[in-house]
Design a protein around this ligand. Structure first.
Ligand code: 1GP
Length: 258
């Protein structure tokens, strides 16, 4: 079974799946491993590793350290072609489809593809869309591309449909790490109502309530990063996981049938 199939199976079984993003620059190895342990305990479905910009050289070691201790899927969420590691299980093979910067639409993919093949990584083709979120984000600055205005769901829908027709396996609606405002629910609803490609939503999700709103709007996968750098981490991860894993709790009234 591929990692993507595993994630889809988790989504089908639990309603939606929960992914936690680890930025190798932000924590020590010991803290990072304790976060992953909490994720495993809380039933998180996969760990993403990556960042728009890395200052340290801990990328490869971070992934290797996680895979040495845990069997949870580790998926690279790359900011550039140097963020690849043979120790990971898969890579979100991103194309920044909301932008018009050829470097991030196809240039880095051409450089990265042979490396991905050589490393034997599963490539999960993903249409990556930046969504305006209240301030300029690192992803926006580093990619030199404009986000989609948050009140323009029709633009997001057309991009998602183009991604589906291009054969991408999923689309990622990204408000950006530390976003002031997370992706609006009406945009998620519009995209998931119009296309059948699974939708990942991330950026600025800080509470279980907000995570639940994203899955009620149709998100297949919810990603959190920054918010887990808190004291009561295990409690928060468990609350976020049960907000995302809605199936069977009887609280999902707005959800469309899958
Ligand atoms: C994943 O970049 C986000 O899409 C993570 O954002 O750090 O704000 O949770 P946060």
């Amino acid at each position: 079974m591929t990692i993507f199939d595993r994630l889809i199976a988790a989504r089908n079984q639990k309603g939606s799946a929960y992914l936690v993003l680890i930025d190798p620059d932000r924590t020590s190895e010991a803290d990072m491993l304790s976060t992953v342990e909490h994720c495993v305990d809380a039933g998180v479905d996969g760990i993403l590793v990556g960042s728009s910009l890395l200052i340290s050289n801990r990328f490869n070691n971070t992934i290797q350290a996680i895979k040495k201790e845990f069997s949870i899927p580790v998926i690279i969420f790359p900011g550039s072609t140097i963020q690849l590691s043979e120790h990971a299980d898969a890579v979100l093979f991103l194309s920044l489809i909301s932008g018009r910067n050829p470097e991030f639409l196809i240039g880095t993919q051409v450089l990265g593809a042979p490396i991905v093949k050589k490393m034997g990584l599963e490539a999960i083709s993903t249409g990556y869309m930046l969504i305006e979120s209240g301030k300029s984000t690192s992803a926006e600055f580093m990619s030199n591309s404009k986000p989609i205005p948050r009140d323009k769901s029709d633009i997001a829908v057309a991009h998602a449909l183009a991604a589906e027709y291009l054969g991408m396996k999923c689309v990622y609606l990204e408000a950006g790490s530390g976003a002031i405002q997370s992706v609006p629910e009406d945009m998620i609803e519009a995209v998931t109502g119009y296309t059948s490609t699974p939708v990942i939503v991330g950026g600025g999700i800080r509470t279980p309530e907000d995570a639940r709103k994203k899955v009620e709007a149709g998100a297949s996968f919810v990603v959190t990063g920054n918010v887990l750098e808190s004291k009561d981490q295990l409690v928060l991860i468990k609350e976020l996981a049960s907000a995302v894993h809605w199936k069977g709790d009887g609280k999902m009234s707005l959800r469309k049938a899958q």
